[in-house]
Write a protein that binds this ligand. Structure first.
Ligand code: SF4
Length: 194
């Protein structure tokens, strides 16, 4: 069984795939406790593999984002990834980088958002994109550290959202001190969609 928070259709809001229509599957549970976390990670319902595939199949997009919480903690994920690939889905995973699950090699896109509060927990060594939230100027050092530890095609800085106040100024300052990093435009926040 898969413990879930929510399943919904939207556009990817951030990173290289911003604007792509996707089915988002949010799994319950996380192995970190970021002090500013505003993501609901509590289990709201559970589905079998067949039930989850049927639910995903109700939506039009053939792109799925496996997110959380922390989806790499889901023991039954290899079965889901294999079943989605059989059905022709493009699969992206959003992870905090604390678990280098073998099945990540079989998805189409890995987006890693390592947390500055847990630098010693990062074990992922490769991703398609890395996104770091610029919560303060200290993000410069963390970004450099992450860039040296995780090989990725794209590195993004996301502006910090403090109760609806988007801090672009700090993100811009952080970016100006880095090489090879870009701003991740958070479409969902700018345009007001989920
Ligand atoms: S890794 Fe993400 S879901 Fe987990 S506690 Fe941190 S912000 Fe919340």
């Amino acid at each position: 069984m898969y413990d879930l928070v929510e399943i919904f259709e939207s556009l990817q809001g951030e990173g290289r795939n911003a604007g792509r229509p996707c089915v988002f599957v949010r799994f319950a549970g996380c192995n970190l406790a970021c002090p500013w976390c505003d993501t609901d990670v509590a289990r709201h319902f559970s589905l079998s593999l067949d039930g989850l595939l049927a639910e995903i199949g109700q939506y039009k997009p053939k792109s799925v984002v496996l997110t959380g919480g922390e989806p790499t903690l889901v023991a039954e994920m290899p079965e889901l990834v294999a079943a989605l690939k059989e059905r022709g889905y493009w699969i992206a995973v959003e992870t905090n980088g604390t678990c280098d699950a073998e099945w990540l090699a079989f998805v189409d896109y890995v987006s890693c958002s390592p947390k500055a509060e847990y630098p010693d927990r990062i074990v992922l060594r490769r991703a398609d994109e890395v996104r770091v939230v610029a919560s303060s100027e200290a993000a410069v050092g963390f970004c450099r550290d992450v860039q040296s530890r995780i090989a990725a095609t794209d590195y993004y800085v996301s502006p910090c959202d403090r109760a609806g106040e988007i801090d672009f100024a700090t993100a811009k300052s952080v970016l100006s001190q880095l090489d090879g990093w870009s701003l991740s435009v958070q479409l969902h926040k700018l345009l007001g969609f989920r």
